[in-house]
Design a protein around this ligand. Sequence first.
Ligand SMILES: Cc1ncc(COP(=O)(O)O)c(C=O)c1O
Length: 393
Amino acid sequence: MLSNRLKNITPSYTIGISKRVAEMKADGIRIIDMSIGEPAFDIPKASKAKGISAFESGYTHYDLVPGLLPLRKAIAEKLANENGVHYDASEIVVSSGAKQAITNALLAALNPGDEVIIPAPYWTSYPEMVKLCGGAPVIVQTDASSDYKITEAHLKAHFTSKTKMLILNNPSNPTGNIYTRDELLSIADFCVQNRIWILSDEIYESLVYDTKFVSVASLSEQAKSIVFLVNGLSKSAAMTGLRIGYTAAPAPVAKYLSVIQGHLVSHPSTVSQWAAVGALTEGQDEMKERRDVYKKRRDIIYDKLCTIKGLSVQKPEGAFYFFLDMSPYKQKFPFSEHYSVELCDTLLNQEHIAAVPGIAFGKDDFIRLSYAGDLNDMLEGLDILKVFLEKYL
Ligand SMILES: Cc1ncc(COP(=O)(O)O)c(C=O)c1O
């Protein structure tokens, strides 16, 4: 009776793990949670103040579908000042999290059966979102030789007459890798020449540690004309529960995103939007301080991971994850079907450590550890992980 669309949709692994961790904690078990995809920080003070004042001022009614004008202006200013890419407020649509921004873009771009190139490892929801919007995900495996990033050569090898879009996650969840300007130039050139949209998911853009982040839309007017630039406040301002994301796109495209959103949800919560105005206009310093905290944490954890025998660790350049290759332990670890799932199940049930299986990102030999939670807990967890893994060498 239900839609065929649901037949091959997989529930979110990450949400499934969070649920199990919550259940185990409710049973009184202490879990060291390295599966989390959200900052443990509170929202910036300015966000809180603006949100409270919005409630008190009665800003709780319907407003403009693409988002509050002061918010869209603040986003346009942020994109110009920090990313060197110029959009008018009319080219910005504020949505309920980056998830909805991505869904709006897919609904706007895809006809049934259109192919969307998704480099693996990928953020777990992309393939399912593409399927839900009627498209066909084309998973392109990448490896260490390109730092797990897609290249023009990959695109050439997988491009067909049905290719409609490339999803580029920069910085990447799960690897934390960042595309250089030159890498983006060759990808953008190929996509411009072959009329392929680029959905550039830049949700981790504020968490970049060693290099300067380059937004693909900032490369040229031609590049900008094919980009749906998606970002939001979930990771930068820890506003995960307030659900504010946005898309910047050429004016005629933004108009359609607004039409889609108008029918689906109207707009995100007005109170959350005012909180986002606070973050973008007065919360920048606090957000930068947090980035510095994450950078220090990344370095400490990297050093600790490097002491685990058999593990080769790539230092992530951004986001708050380590994506670890578990293949050295595979031979001796007893598993029947999905190595990363069974490894993470054992870690959770036996060692009380939560990690996300790589299969959720299209790579079954890997696991993802997040350092967004408590540092001391994580260091304790890594001691346990070291003893656990070295048994399988
Ligand atoms: C790469 C990536 N894109 C989008 C999202 C969704 O962000 P939001 O919570 O703003 O919908 C996430 C959340 O984990 C993510 O990792």
